[in-house]
Design a protein around this ligand. Structure first.
Ligand code: NIG
Ligand code: ZN
Length: 428
C-alpha cells in the first residue's frame, strides 16, 4: 500500500532505536542509538512502515494520496513520552508558592494541612466537568510541547469515591484528544485527611475498597509516596505487595527528600520505575541495577528541586554509569512542578544531573516508554511502532538542550495525523 504520510529531508533522524535493545537503555547504550542524516520516515495510517536515508526512499510508494511533510534539514524524532504526571486536580497553589518563596519548606507546608492536602480540598470540591476541562487544557499544552503519550496519576482525592472519579476523568480525557493517556492509581499519595496519624489504616482501606475495583488493563500501575509525612518503607512494601498480587505494575515516589530505602524496596518487588530518587546514592543505584538486571527505570524529575528551591538533584550521571536506566519527566502537578516543559527538564538534566544530550533524549523517549510499559508502541522510530513523530526547529541533536526553556517543536504527528497547532512557526 502507498504511504499515507512521508516526512522527507530530515536533517537528522533521531531513531532512539539501538538494534540490540531488549530492555530500557542502560549504561553506555543510553547514548548509543543511531542518527540517520538526510533521512525519511514513511507511515501507513497510524504506523511507521519504513525509515532510512533519503537515497533509499521507495518513490513508488509516494502517490498523490501521500501527505508529504518537508522537514527541510530539521531534526525529526519520536514523540516525547511524559512518564510521570499528576494530570487531574482542582485549583492551583500559587498562594503557597509565595510561602515557599518566603522560605517555608515543602514538608512543613504539608504538615500544616497545606500542600497536597490543599489540592485535595480543591479537587474534592470540583465537579467532574471542571476537572475534565482542566485536564484537557493541560493535555493541549503538553501536545504543543510534543508529548504524544502521557502517564496520569490519581492522588488528589484520597478517598475511595474521589480517587475512582479522578481515574474516570483521566480516562475520559484520554478518549477526547489524541495524546495516549496511561493511568496510574496513586491513592497512596499521603494519608487521607480522615485518617490523621493512621497511615496504615488508610492503606488498608485502599487495598480493601479500591484496588479490587480497578482493572489492571485500564489502570496498569499502582504508585505510593514513600516519605516522611506520607508512608514508611514497611507500609509501602505491604501495600505494593498486595497490588502486585492483584496484577498491577508497581511504581514508587521515593528518596525525594530523604534516603529511606524506598527505591531499593520497590525495585526488589519488581517495580517498573522508581521516581524522584534525588537522595538515592550511586551505590544504591548500582545494587538496584544488578538486582533487577536493568529492568527498573529511575524516573528523574529535575524541575522539582528547581521549583522547591532545593540544592540536591539525583546523580543521574552516576546512575547511568552504574547501569541504571534513566528516564526524565516534568512530574507536572500543582505543588512541586506546575510546568509541562519536558524540554526544560531535559536541559536541566544535562546541567544539574550530568546527562549528555543523547542520554537525555533517550530518557524522554524510549526509556520513558519502558517506564510505563509502552515500549512496544512508542518511544523510538521503528517500523511497526505508532506514527508519533516530531519535527523540531533545530538542525542537530546537540541543539535541543542548548535552547534553554524554548519549545523547539514545529510539527506534532500523533498516530499518523499532523496536529493543527504549529506553535506559530509558520508565521516565524
Ligand atoms: N512527591 C509527591 N507528590 C508530588 C507532589 C504533589 C504535590 O505537591 O501536590 C510529586 O511527585 O512531587
Ligand atoms: Zn509525582
Amino acid at each position: 500500500m502507498s504511504y499515507t504520510l512521508l516526512l522527507r529531508n530530515c536533517g537528522q533522524l533521531l531513531t532512539l532505536a539501538p538494534t540490540s535493545a531488549t530492555g530500557p537503555l542502560a549504561g553506555p547504550d543510553q547514548a548509543d542509538w543511531p542518527i540517520i542524516t538526510d533521512g525519511y520516515v514513511a507511515c501507513v495510517h497510524d504506523r511507521i512502515v519504513a525509515l532510512g536515508p533519503m537515497a533509499e526512499l521507495d518513490e513508488a510508494q509516494v502517490t498523490a494520496a501521500t501527505r508529504v511533510v518537508h522537514a527541510a534539514g530539521r531534526v525529526v524524532l519520536p514523540g516525547l513520552v511524559e512518564c510521570h504526571t499528576h494530570l487531574v486536580f482542582g485549583g492551583n497553589r500559587a498562594a503557597e508558592f509565595q510561602r515557599k518563596l518566603r522560605g517555608e519548606s515543602y514538608l512543613d507546608i504539608l504538615a500544616g494541612g497545606g500542600g497536597i492536602l490543599s489540592t485535595v480540598r480543591a479537587t474534592r470540591a470540583a465537579p467532574d466537568a471542571e476537572l475534565l476541562a482542566a485536564a484537557l487544557r493541560h493535555l493541549a499544552g503538553f501536545r504543543r510541547y510534543g508529548i504524544t503519550t502521557l502517564e496520569a496519576k490519581s492522588g488528589y482525592g484520597l478517598d475511595a469515591e474521589t480517587e475512582l472519579r479522578l481515574l474516570r476523568v483521566a480516562r475520559e480525557a484520554g478518549r477526547r484528544q489524541p495524546i495516549r493517556v496511561v493511568s496510574t492509581f496513586l491513592g497512596a499519595h499521603v494519608p487521607g485527611p480522615e485518617y490523621p496519624g493512621r497511615p496504615a489504616d488508610y492503606l488498608t482501606m485502599l487495598a480493601r475498597d479500591v484496588l479490587p475495583q480497578l482493572d489492571p488493563a485500564e489502570v496498569p500501575f499502582v504508585d505510593i509516596f514513600c516519605e516522611e509525612g506520607a508512608f514508611s518503607v514497611a507500609q509501602a512494601r505491604d501495600y505494593l505487595t498486595r497490588a502486585r498480587e492483584l496484577g498491577f505494575g508497581l511504581k514508587i515516589h521515593a528518596e525525594q527528600l530523604h534516603e529511606l530505602g524506598g527505591c531499593e524496596m520497590a525495585a526488589a518487588l519488581g517495580a517498573i520505575s522508581i521516581d524522584h530518587a534525588d537522595y538515592l546514592s550511586a551505590a544504591g543505584a548500582a545494587r538496584i541495577a544488578r538486582a533487577t538486571g536493568g529492568r527498573t527505570v529511575a524516573v528523574l524529575l529535575p524541575l522539582v528541586p528547581l521549583f522547591l528551591r532545593q540544592e540536591r538533584y539525583a546523580p543521574g550521571r552516576k546512575f547511568i554509569d552504574a547501569g541504571l536506566p534513566v528516564a526524565l519527566s516534568t512530574d507536572f502537578n500543582p505543588g512541586s512542578c506546575p510546568s509541562k516543559n519536558l524540554w526544560l527538564a531535559l536541559s536541566m538534566a544535562c546541567l544539574k544531573m550530568g546527562l549528555t544530550p543523547r542520554e537525555a533524549l533517550a530518557a524522554v523517549t524510549i526509556n520513558a516508554a519502558w517506564a510505563i510499559g509502552q515500549q512496544q508502541q512508542c518511544g523510538s522510530l521503528e517500523p511497526g511502532k505508532r506514527a508519533d513523530l516530531l519535527v523540531l526547529d533545530v538542525a542537530t541533536a546537540e541543539e535541543i538542550p542548548y535552547w534553554l526553556g524554548e519549545n523547539p517543536v514545529r510539527h506534532v504527528i500523533i498516530g499518523g495525523e499532523l496536529m493543527a497547532d504549529d506553535n506559530g512557526w509558520e508565521n516565524a
